[in-house]
Design a protein around this ligand. Structure first.
Ligand code: GLN
Length: 497
């Protein structure tokens, strides 16, 4: 094994093997990443840094390694999206209303990671309550993409809502990170930040202890620099959980073992409805290239139809706000979170706590959600959206009769400038055009860095699979990764000169 020069350049797999072989201690690795996190503060990727906890965890890891008791992620420093409750560590969901919330319990996914030996570097910035596609709705300010355009001198968004995690992985401030994806929040930031992001099948990972946005769509997943790393991290995150009745009791496969099997004989579906007007020509060009790469490796390309795709965004932007308005009713200033100092009675306490605690995008979603659920509008909006959701899911079932996975673009464009789309929510919502369908249908979707724009900005391709067939999704993703040979790394412009 030839090791990279700096420990922060390790992939998760390389670091795992090096720690296991005692070529580097968890302590040395962790110290290198703590320094990188500090160095990266101008990017605003972390809401909370936990260096003391990281060092204590690294020490315990080194002791376990010395005793020959290493877990699958032993001693490996990770970043955690600030939507996962972490016992004793502030968990904000990117919101003012939870800015002082310290959970007394741990999410199942993060508990699984600590049980596997992983080390926590800190909690990453995100759009408020995971609502957004650019990380600009965070109460803690925007995150900046480590990548910059060769043509433009602007700071770019890292995508969202898992923007802090995407930036932290892309800039090598952690080995890997967790994200959550309700309508694209793992895959879209991964694509525009030049990293790998996987939204697993609904039910693959437990949602227990993850601050809820839209419960029928939310799913946790890995954000990493390679497809292999996503396979490793997913295995550690996934489990059935008695505390989440929607988590599924299926064995968690060794995704890494199946990774290099190749795509010979695999049928790759190309959904024609994903060719959208107005998308930059480089998106379509990359998509065609992706199909050629897979074909050259022995896959068969078939055209398929996902007829109801045009309804996906309106459906999602009814279902998700409806569920959000219900989930966010719990933030009333009484039990936990921000409480106004200016209330004279209980009604005013609710109103002012919520008005002070929630940002504009969250308030917009609550208004939309309450509206579509209100009597008189329920049938016209919510019920119709539910019917369309079934049709969208059925499209996938039918498409999978003639193919094994689907290949699509991950986003309609590269990272955009901070502030460019904040004035127009609809243009922001359009970023999710290729990702929301997958959440509505509950399927696994993987974004793999596959190329760059003329100006050097990362673009991703998406592989969509059958329910609980992450193994095939990862295998096809690995084939794309091999052919794409994506090497664009950000220049550390944020470092003090
Ligand atoms: N961007 C989408 C939204 O704003 C998806 C967010 C997510 O997946 N959490 O709702």
């Amino acid at each position: 094994m030839t090791l990279p020069a700096a420990p922060t350049d390790f992939t998760l797999a390389e670091a795992r093997d090096a720690v296991r072989a005692r070529k580097i201690s968890s302590r040395d690795l962790t110290e290198a990443f703590i320094a990188a996190v500090e160095d990266a503060r101008p990017l605003n990727a972390f809401v909370t840094e936990t260096p003391e906890r990281a060092l204590a965890m690294a020490k315990a890891s080194d002791a376990r390694i010395a005793r020959g008791e290493a877990g699958p992620l032993e001693g490996l420093p990770l970043a955690i999206k600030d939507l996962f409750c972490t016992r004793g560590v502030r968990t904000t969901a990117g919101s003012n209303i939870l800015s002082n919330f310290v959970p007394p319990y741990e999410s199942t996914v993060t508990q699984n990671l600590w049980d596997a030996g992983a080390v926590m570097l800190g909690k990453t910035n995100m759009d408020e309550f995971a609502m957004g596609s650019s990380n600009e709705t965070s109460h803690f300010g925007p995150v900046f993409n480590p990548h910059r355009s060769r043509a433009l001198n602007a700071k770019l968004v890292p995508g969202g809502s898992s923007g802090g995690s995407a930036a932290a992985v892309s800039g090598s401030f952690c080995l890997a990170a967790t994200g959550t994806d309700t309508g694209g929040s793992i895959r879209q930031p991964a694509a525009v930040s030049g990293i790998v992001g996987l939204k697993p099948t609904y039910g693959r990972c437990s949602r227990y202890g993850i601050v809820a946005f839209a419960s029928s769509l939310d799913q946790a997943g890995p954000m990493t620099r390679t497809v292999r790393d996503a396979a490793i991290l997913l295995r550690a995150m996934a489990s059935v959980d008695p505390r989440d009745s929607t988590s599924v009791d299926l064995p968690v496969p060794d995704y890494e073992a199946a990774l290099e099997a190749g795509v010979k004989g695999l049928r790759i579906g190309i959904p024609k409805e994903y060719r959208i007007d107005g998308a930059p020509p480089e998106i379509d060009a990359l998509w065609s290239k992706g199909a050629e790469w897979l074909k050259a490796q022995g896959a068969e390309i078939v055209e398929v139809s996902l007829l109801h795709t045009i309804y996906a965004l309106p459906t999602y932007y009814i279902v998700a706000p409806a569920e959000a308005s219900s989930n966010l009713a719990r933030y009333d200033g009484v039990r936990f979170g921000h409480r106004t100092a200016h209330a004279h009675d209980i009604t005013e306490l609710y109103e002012k706590s919520r008005a002070e605690g929630f940002g504009a995008e969250v308030q917009r979603r609550i208004l939309i959600g309450t509206y579509v659920l209100s009597s008189g509008y329920y049938d016209a909006y919510y019920l119709r959206a539910q019917k369309l959701r079934s049709l969208i899911a059925r499209d996938f079932t039918q498409a999978f009769e003639s193919c094994d996975v689907l290949l699509t673009p991950a986003t309609p464009g590269p990272a955009f400038a901070v502030g460019e789309k904040t004035a127009d929510p609809v243009s922001m919502y359009l970023n999710d055009v290729f990702t929301v369908t997958v959440n509505l249908a509950g399927l696994p979707g993987l974004s793999v860095p596959a190329g760059t724009t003329q100006d050097g900005l990362p673009l991703g391709l998406q592989i969509i699979g059958k329910a609980f067939d992450e193994a095939t999704v990862l295998r096809a993703g690995r084939a794309v990764e091999l052919a794409a040979n994506f090497t664009a790394r950000p220049m550390p412009w944020w470092r003090a000169a």
